[in-house]
Design a protein around this ligand. Structure first.
Ligand SMILES: Nc1ncnc2c1ncn2[C@@H]1O[C@H](COP(=O)(O)OP(=O)(O)OP(=O)(O)O)[C@@H](O)[C@H]1O
Ligand SMILES: [Mg+2]
Length: 419
């Protein structure tokens, strides 16, 4: 293996230049699902190197070499780092922590578990997807609600967080209204998201639209939300430990909200929505570069309002063509779907019956998008659903470690095995 160059950038003058700091930043989005913390924080990332040809080698120290989550961690690292332009492949090398390192990782995990409530109330096993775009009106909200609905129809539990605090449209698009109920979790007041069953699955929905009733309360919330924005929805909503996905409908643009979410949930992945117009690509590129600057992985591109095919089979590219493919090319992220322009998307949004539940090309395209997201782009954590039990197990093991510290001969603690 070539020695690590002194600068944080690898690669020759002609070859790809791989920013090792960026690699480390992206690794912060890889969570050890059992311990609920990222692998950099836990001290699991030993080394990151890259050569001139874009071959990246990451050395990971596991708490135990037989760690059952090894495959999951490996897949997450590969998809995150592999999505960066210039990275040809990602190889993993494994080593095992010493007893001392293990104790310190466990202490860190325990600290994070105790702090987790303060950060967000989204379970570490929930996959978070931000639906973003460079500009408004390209169909972020339509893509969010239809993708969420198509995912729920597959039997998944999907949260929908309407982060468009000022221009919320999710309640109408999903046909849900009314105030959010409150609950108490460990002495803390929480909001309970609205729940909507879709087939065997479920949508859990929050939006400013469920908080404001009249002008006066809108004003009151406005003040609060100005300061805390979407953080409020991430911290004070009882999303549930069994939530498979949380889809966040981002407000237009690339401003503070995106920065805030990136900081709070660095593991979030981004779907960038763009229209087929080539001119729109430049604007959408801003959303991509913003995501990368925040070390968020761009999981894919969705082209919306693509050519509409009439009943006679003729195709009309009303908004041009090629924008999604061009953005995929320039960003290195895959083009996951081309959603046709179709009146059903508009009427579905107006009646609260998402087009994804019906028939026709747009419905099929949304279902195909759900399929590719769930199977390839952002697969759910295989172990979702047992988080609470595992965290309990982790905490119990840590308590044991505490007790053992009083007996100097026992210092090592094994990671509890989920089963
Ligand atoms: N595939 C489509 N076919 C037809 N109409 C669509 C399609 N996608 C979105 N629309 C319509 O375009 C308009 C804008 O869509 P939407 O509200 O989803 O965009 P947005 O990006 O969330 O906008 P904003 O930036 O204002 O939040 C809506 O009226 C919606 O019904
Ligand atoms: Mg919107």
């Amino acid at each position: 293996m070539p020695p690590t160059p002194p600068s944080s950038t690898a690669g020759g003058a002609d070859g790809p230049r791989i920013d090792l700091d960026e690699m480390r930043g992206l690794l912060r989005g890889v969570i050890d699902p059992e311990l609920g913390s990222d692998i950099v924080d836990l001290g699991m990332v030993r080394d990151v190197t890259a050569d001139d040809d874009g071959h990246v080698v990451v050395t990971i120290a596991l708490t135990t070499s037989g760690c059952p989550l090894r495959a999951q961690i490996q897949r997450d690292i590969r998809t995150r780092l592999g999505s960066v332009p210039g990275v040809a492949d990602v190889r993993l090398e494994w080593t095992e922590m010493t007893d001392e390192q293990k104790s310190s990782a466990m202490a860190k995990a325990r600290f994070n578990v105790s702090q987790r409530e303060e950060e967000t109330n989204v379970a570490p096993t929930t996959k978070v997807i931000l639906v973003a775009s460079g500009k408004g009106g390209v169909g972020k909200s339509s893509v969010t609600v239809n993708l969420a609905t198509a995912m729920a129809a597959r039997g998944l539990k999907v949260g929908v967080l309407d982060a468009d605090v000022w221009g919320f449209s999710v309640p109408r698009m999903l046909g849900v209204e009314g105030r959010l109920a409150g609950s108490e979790e460990g002495g803390r007041k929480m909001m309970v998201p609205h729940s909507k069953r879709v087939g065997d699955g479920e949508l859990r929905i929050t939006s400013m639209g469920f908080l404001v009733e009249d002008e006066a309360s809108a004003l009151m919330w406005r003040g609060l939300m100005l300061n805390r924005g979407v953080q409020h929805f991430l911290q004070d909503v009882a999303w549930g430990d069994d939530l498979d996905y949380l889809l966040v409908d981002m407000p237009p643009g690339t401003g503070d909200v995106q920065m805030g979410v990136a900081k709070m949930i660095p593991r979030a992945e981004v779907l960038v929505v763009t229209t087929p117009a080539l001119a729109a690509q430049k604007v959408a590129e801003r959303a991509v570069s913003m995501s990368r600057k925040s070390y968020l992985r761009v999981a894919g591109i969705v082209e919306n309002m693509s050519a509409f095919t009439c009943d006679h089979g003729e195709s009309y590219a009303l908004f041009g063509s090629g924008g999604g493919a061009a953005l995929a090319e320039s960003s290195g992220a895959p083009l996951l779907a081309e959603i046709p322009l179709e009146p059903e998307v508009v009427s579905g949004g107006d009646t609260g019956q998402p087009a994804a539940l019906g028939d026709g090309p747009a419905a099929e395209a949304f279902r195909a998008l759900a399929e590719v997201v769930v199977t390839e782009a952002v697969p759910p954590l295989a172990m979702a659903g047992c988080t609470a039990r595992m965290l309990d197990a982790a905490v119990a093991a840590l308590d044991e470690a505490d007790a053992a510290e009083e007996t100097p001969s026992e210092t090592a603690v094994d990671v509890p095995t989920p089963g």
